[in-house]
Design a binder for this molecule. Sequence first.
Ligand code: UD1
Length: 425
Amino acid sequence: MTIWHINGGNTLHGSVAVQGAKNAVLPIMAASVLAPCETELRNVPELRDVNTTLRILRHLGCTAERGGDAVYIDSRGMSRNDIPHSLMRELRSSVIFLGAILARCGEARLSMPGGCELGPRPVDLHLEALRALGADVRERGGDIVCRAEGALTGTRIVLPFPSVGATENVMLAACAAEGETVVCNAAREPEIVDLQRYLQNLGAAITGAGTATITVGGFRPRRAVEHRILSDRIAAATLLCACAATGGEMELTDAHPAHFLTVLDSLSEAGCDIMTTSSSVRLRSTGRLIAPKPVVTRPYPGFPTDAQPPLMAACLKARGTTVFTENIFTNRYRHAEEFRRLGANVSIEGRVAYISGVEKLTGAPLTASDLRAGAAMLVAALSAEGHTELLDDDYICRGYDGFDRRLAALGADIRCETQAKGGPV
Ligand code: UD1
């Protein structure tokens, strides 16, 4: 358990580097078992989910170590094809090991993955795509057993929805397939492009990531790969929302503004001054925002669902009414309940949330319900008057590397203390 203490009201000023992307590093770490090889990853954020993935790799018999911002994985000694429930339940992206282990071993045994509770998060699209490649997929209780009798066979797969995880799983499994695989209606997120870059370095003939059609046509594994993890667009968006809400001037370096243009558009409509280069963003805010145009979450390049909670936090005091429509996850407004404790005026009707801007927010005790909701509560607390204590069941450290340190360096009055479960603070 982590307890965050925030004294709101400080404006944010200064320059901060954006961390490596959680949603890029996790599937790439899973991909490192595709073939016996050594992988060195750079710009790896220090996150709980990365540590859990290192434990999964060690369980599989790989060497997996961290040193500074690098992670080193040697998958030559991989000796198992199963992942126990105790590790699977820690994070959703553990399911990406399914395609990777199937490709490497011809059989994978996993239990259903965990992750943030954002509504039902089935893996039917992942399993259907693997079946299309010829895998025999069985679900028993909470377990998934996936077997390739003989070789997997490349084919044309049309995803009914551009699921990020299903796209990644099929990219990995298709590396082991005979013949060509074409994935239609693939997810187009920048993290998919980063995975493709890693796979190309590993020796896969894969093209098309970033468009709706990805083609995988063979794999000649190399023995060693080096890869630098892409910058985290959601962490960047969260920091910008914090500065927009409190007022101040912030520069983000090692950022790729092209990856979060929709968020920049909303912040600009809200009255922030924004300047970008290809690798940096500068945002200036008076802290007195106006409601931006309606925000509708969609698969990339639409507005990212993961940036919806922090942007909502930034709009709580914006003049007028901001309307959010959440199209990706059904249970993604739990932060709104907590915002009301700060004095926010939020009403929710199904997928739509209406935020009527209030003059001021007042610090209050809050509880984080998931990763992005927790980060959004920090954003709201920074722009509230007085003290907020946020109880966080270690959600925020799943996705944000040194968030307290980065925000404090920008002038925020924020500190966090870690408490052993059940122990004293
Ligand atoms: C990934 C991201 C997560 C982000 C999400 C949407 C990682 C590690 N996580 O999650 O941060 O919020 O993309 O951008 O990259 N669905 C099904 N059946 C499936 C798979 C998905 O119905 O088999 C549904 C989900 O329940 C959800 C929607 O499709 O409603 C989007 O899911 P998906 O794109 O697969 O997200 P994740 O890969 O889980």
